[in-house]
Structure formats: C-alpha cells, structure tokens
Write a protein that binds this ligand. Sequence first.
Ligand code: NA7
Length: 533
Amino acid sequence: MRTNREDSFDAVIVGAGFSGLYLLWKLRGQGLNVHLFEAGEDVGGTWFWNRYPGARCDVESVDYSFSFDEELQQEWRWKERYPAQPEILEYLQHVADRFDLRRDISLHTRVQSSQYDEDTRTWAVHADGAEVTTQFLIMATGCLSVPQTPNIAGLESFAGKTYHTGDWPKEGVDFTDKRVAVIGTGSSGIQLIPEVAKVAEHLTVLQRTASFSVPALNGPLDPEFEREVKANYPERRRRARASSAGVERGDNEQNALDVAHEDRVKEFDGRWGKGGFALLGAYQDLMLTDEANDTVADYVRDKIRATVEDPDTADSLIPRGYPLGAKRICVDTNYFETYNRDNVTLVDLRKSPLESITPTGARTGDADHEFDVLCLATGFDAMTGALDRIDITGVGGERLKNKWQHGPTTYLGLGVAGFPNLLLIAGSGSPSVLANMVTAIEQHVEWTAELLGYMSSHGYDTIEPTPEAEEGWVAHVNEMASYTVFPKAASWYMGANIPGKPQIFMPYVGGCVEYEKKCNEVAEKGYSGFVLR
Ligand code: NA7
C-alpha cells in the first residue's frame, strides 16, 4: 500500500468529527496516504453545527475525550463537568492542529457520490471540486449529522426567522426581548429552552412528546477531581472500555424488582444526587422489562411533579407511553424549573394539536400563538441519514440506499456485503449512540487501523463481509434489541422520527464489552465472516 499521486489515496475518510480526526492520525501513523473530506468550514463534526445556546454533551468531559495520547489528555484542561459545545469544538480544533491533521483535510467539501470499480478495486470519490480514487472509503459521517426539518403546514410562510438547533448560525442568535417559540423537547430543546427563557421577552414551547430528563448538576470542573482523574487516566480509560456503556456509571448488578420500594428510592436518590446518567445504572433490569422500567420512570415523574408549580403544566410535562431511556434520556440544567417562569408558556400539542405555522406564529387546536423567532429542535435523520445522502454504488452497480431501503444491514456495523473496502465508523449495528461515543469511536478506529495493517502485511487488497455473516449479525442485533424495552418507543434509534423511514432498532444493545470481544474474535480468526482477496 501507499499511493503517491495527489488524486489517488490508500484511504479516504468522510467527516472530521471525533472519528475522522482520530482515524486520520492513526492511518497516517501507519504510513498510509490518507485524505479526509469534510463538508463544514472547520473540523468538529456534529459539534461544528450544533451551536445553539446551551448545547452541551451529556457525557462528562473527562470521559468524552480522546485517550490515545497521554500528553493530550494530561495537558488539555476541561472547564466544566459537562463540556459545552464551544469547548468541545475548541478541543477538536486543538487536536487537528496539535497532530498536524489539517494538511490532509479538505474543508467545505461535501462528498456527493462514490462508485466502486471492480476492475481496479478502488473507489472513485466525487466531492465538491474534487475527484479522487481510493482503495478504502471510510465513512466517519456521524450518527446525528443530518438535521430533520418536519413537514409542518405553513412552515415556509413564517415571516420571522427560523433556526434549526442542528444547523445553528455561526454568528449566534440574539433572543433579547424577542417572542420566541421552540418546537421539539428532546435533548436539544431541553438544553435550548432554559437559555432562551433567560433573555426572551416570552418563550412558547410547543411540545408533542414530554421527555424524561435528569439534572446534569453541571459546574466548574473541581480541580481536585481533575488531578485525581489525570493521575489515574489509563486506569479510568480501561474501566470505561470495560463498561457496557463505554463510561463508568457505577452499574449495579441487582434487579430493581428484587429490591423493596424504600431501598429502590434510596438508590435512585443517591444517583439523582450525582447527576447525569448514573440513574440508568441503578439496576441491571431497568431496560429489560416494563415493570422494572416503571420503577425508575415513576421516580422521575414524581421529581417533575415536585419541581413544576402549575399542576396542569406539570401534568403535560410528565412523560408517558414509552419506557424511560428508550428515547435517549436527556440531561438538563434547570429544564423543568424553567416552566415556573412568568415568561414561559407550554403548549401541549397532544391536547391542542399543531395545525399550522402562520406568518405570525402557530395555530394549534384552540389558539393562535404569536412569536418573532421559531427554533426547530426537531432532531436528526439519525444513523443512516448522512450515508443516504451520498450516492454510494458497490459491486454490480448496487446502491447502498437501495440495499438499505428496508433498514441498514451491516456486519458488526463495520462493513456491508457488496461494498468491498467500504468501512463504517460507529454507526448502525454497533453500540455507537448507546455508548459514550468517543469510547465507541476509539474502538472502531483501532479495529479498522489494525485491519488495514493486517491486509497490507498479508497482501490483501479487498475486504467485504459475506452476505451470511451480515444476515447473521443483523438478526443478532434485532434479537438483542427484542430482549429489551428499547423498541417500545418511537425513537430515532428506530428511525421512527422520519416519515417513511424503515423502523428497525439500529444500534447494538449488547454493550461495548461484548461487542468489542466479538470484533476481536473476528480479527483473531483472520477476519471470519469477511472475504479477503
Ligand atoms: P430528538 O431527540 O429527536 O427530539 C426531537 C424533538 O422534536 C422531539 O421532541 C419530537 O417530538 C419533536 N418533533 C419532531 N417533529 C415534530 C413535529 N412535527 N411537531 C412537533 N414536535 C416535533 O432530537 P434532539 O436534537 O433533541 O436530540 C437528538 C440527540 O442528540 C439526543 O438524543 C442526544 O443524543 C443528542 P416526538 O418525540 O417526535 O413526538
């Protein structure tokens, strides 16, 4: 391997978020000639686009960061317990500069299409203003990178400005003294709403589905905690990698239903007091049965009732009809408290359906709501959206989009039958969004880098899963999901937030540890389930 022409590469990476940047560093270090295409004006991936006020990661900063370089993890100083978007973006820019990655990155260059050539065993890649060929095409395109704008009647007629949280203007938006509306109360809406409420004259929240949310208990990073983390970083990273969620949550092995109500509440209280995802690790069966899930769901419902002063508003904010965690749980700062402010109104679209957006606001079942600015916090075409938007053609002219018309099929989430040397990072069929993304990404990047090294040293040019291995993995991913309550929510994990999208549970629920074990076994057996040529 190692091509030398400027338009011909060993590997082309698409996307300069956490995955793409690490992969570029790793493959370049193995002597490969690599190029990366990124649609944004700068590196950062989802953290480049999601700049709305309050945007913050729900995994703690000391864990939501790269472990591959000891000096980097020692020198970088996170400001807060949970990193805000500007800080994560700054971190990724620093990584790009520190490891001199930019010289192999074309920014502002969106990959439009790519075709596999069976004769040359290479991929032709067509990006804005660039035509290149590559042996490996590696999609580091992210799980939440294509914003979803809903088809709401009259949306185009709105006379004020409309913004989407997933594509927020770089220059920011001034809400001071404005009448603002937010549609969407998932993680993005729940982070945005308290920030807008602080400055807007009035905020109207148009809520279709109430979300479960736990307090982040965010704050400046405690210097003593930081010292302790840095003194033991390799061990902390090892424990994260050995945890099913890719981050230590102090998971309890007990079943919720084996414990008395008072003891459960004590356990939940302790975890609620720690903030963030710790609550999900309270009992090992919380995501396995409705009965177990109800114990924690009811606990959170009580917290909402106790926080929101107006009983009708509280009632509308109580999540119902789906298990806690089956739609990704939100981690907030003063979300429910925000509804106690005089300048905030909740419109419950279940009671008063959204009929249309009008030039001056919104019409719901029983009222007109006037506002100057509309914020859509309406989510993403998750997991497959970015891949669907690139016209990828494999063996025999088969289009990936067509192959995936009934849902994404992969082997280990890493490869696709009929698409030789197309590799996917942290997407469908792997733990990805159910884990600390950075842990999941590091595992995938390292596995991929090792694979490319193996192929080079063994004289192989191509790798592709067998259809049988792919079928077996898809069946396993579905079977694992069926043992849980995850598929019971109309979530983006299921593709249910996009009209017409096939509904299958896309991420792998078996946990990072089992998953990594499986990937390593496959590699140890000379990449069993793949055909190498
Ligand atoms: P989510 O979690 O997909 O939330 C989108 C929200 O937008 C959700 O409350 C939706 O309600 C709402 N929505 C979507 N379309 C409509 C229409 N047409 N009318 C009213 N409300 C609508 O996206 P986020 O950006 O908040 O978070 C995505 C992930 O990013 C998150 O899980 C973290 O991992 C980070 P619905 O539930 O569909 O009724």
